[in-house]
Design a protein around this ligand. Structure first.
Ligand code: NAP
Length: 311
């Protein structure tokens, strides 16, 4: 039987149009990969980007799973017409990209690189930065991305602590806190906070004025998770008061970040345009094919989104 795989992400179709059929054939799966689905009822799997036009899944009456190209699924997880299993993207190249972004920006702030890179008055400031072992890093979110970033920073001797929803022992040597009661222990006196949480009703505005006040004065924030994790106004107030030394932000409530948003001009903010970790076709296509293979073999799908928790 020939499967029909509907690729509902026109913006990146060119990257997948030969790769996916090839990998499916290599896996022994007979499949047509199509960008148009004139008869939705024949579609077996949907490959999906939450930015794609498809919003009504009702006509896809025989679809076995929706496979997202994105790790973050907040735009689709509440879609009432989507009744099939929804899988999100977990892929090594996505993780590698995130680790590089987080480690690079953490080291920038830890070492105070800006003082030497932008030094028009040729100031001979020989203040040495502390060692990484003297810096506490709070990793909010210890999932696929957060735990990899935590391990990379711990390997550089940062004093990393993790925070997640459930009690999990991720890595020896990285203390883990969880739940509302564990958040203060994770944040208290942190020098660097990294937010790698999904956007859900529970995580929105998580870093508010009260929590920013728990950090060590002058702390650095790295947010490659989602814009709404941080209360924008509270962050600007904390930057203005010096409670937060600098915020490097990759994600925003509105993207592209509007030209008149105060983040663009604030000297304590670095804006990167949602580039921390991209889904690369070569890695992602293998993950998609593995899930189709599992679906056809009757095995549990990988990276299934929990609709109750929203991630
Ligand atoms: P993941 O594997 O699902 O991990 C999510 C983590 O957040 C888990 O540790 C989870 O706790 C924790 N969490 C969720 N809700 C929580 C709550 N209410 N309280 C405390 N902890 C909570 O996700 P991931 O693959 O690491 O991705 C994380 C996020 O990164 C994505 O959702 C997306 O928004 C963002 N992202 C950004 C980019 C970019 O380019 N900027 C790229 C990819 C992804 P448990 O471990 O207990 O479940």
């Amino acid at each position: 039987m020939t499967l029909t795989v509907f690729f509902s992400a026109p913006a990146v179709w060119e990257e997948y149009r030969t790769l996916l059929p090839q990998l499916l054939a290599d896996a022994g799966i007979d499949a047509d990969v199509v960008i148009d689905a004139p008869d939705p009822a024949i579609v077996d799997y949907i490959i999906y980007a939450p930015s794609a036009p498809l919003q009504d899944f009702t006509p896809f009456t025989n679809c076995k799973a929706v496979l997202s190209l994105w790790a973050g699924v907040e735009r689709i997880v509440g879609n009432q017409t989507l009744t099939q299993p929804l899988c999100r993207m977990v892929d090594n190249s996505l993780t590698e990209g995130m680790v590089e972004w987080v480690v690079g920006h953490a080291l920038r702030h830890h070492l105070g690189m800006d003082r030497h890179i932008i030094n028009p008055d040729h100031v001979w400031d020989a203040t040495c930065p502390p060692l990484a072992r003297e810096r506490k890093v709070a990793m909010l979110g210890m999932g696929a991305l957060g735990s990899a970033c935590a391990q990379a920073l711990a390997a550089l001797n940062f004093r990393v602590v993790g925070w997640s929803r459930t009690d999990k022992k991720v890595t020896p040597g990285i203390p883990g806190y969880h739940g509302a009661e564990g958040l203060e222990s994770a944040l208290r006196n942190a020098d660097i906070v990294v937010t790698l949480l999904p956007k859900t009703p529970e995580t929105e505005n998580l870093l508010n004025a009260e929590r920013l006040a728990m950090l060590k004065p002058g702390a650095f924030i790295l947010n490659p998770g989602r814009g709404p994790l941080i209360d924008d106004e509270a962050l600007i107030a904390a930057l203005d008061s010096g409670q937060v030394g600098h915020a490097t932000l990759d994600v925003f409530r509105i993207e592209p970040l509007p030209q008149d948003h105060p983040f663009w001009s604030h000297p304590g903010v670095t804006v990167t345009p949602h580039i921390a970790a991209d889904t690369r076709a070569t890695g992602a296509a293998k993950v998609l094919v593995e899930n189709i293979k599992r679906g056809e073999a009757g095995l549990p799908l990988l990276h299934v989104v929990d609709r109750v928790f929203g991630y």
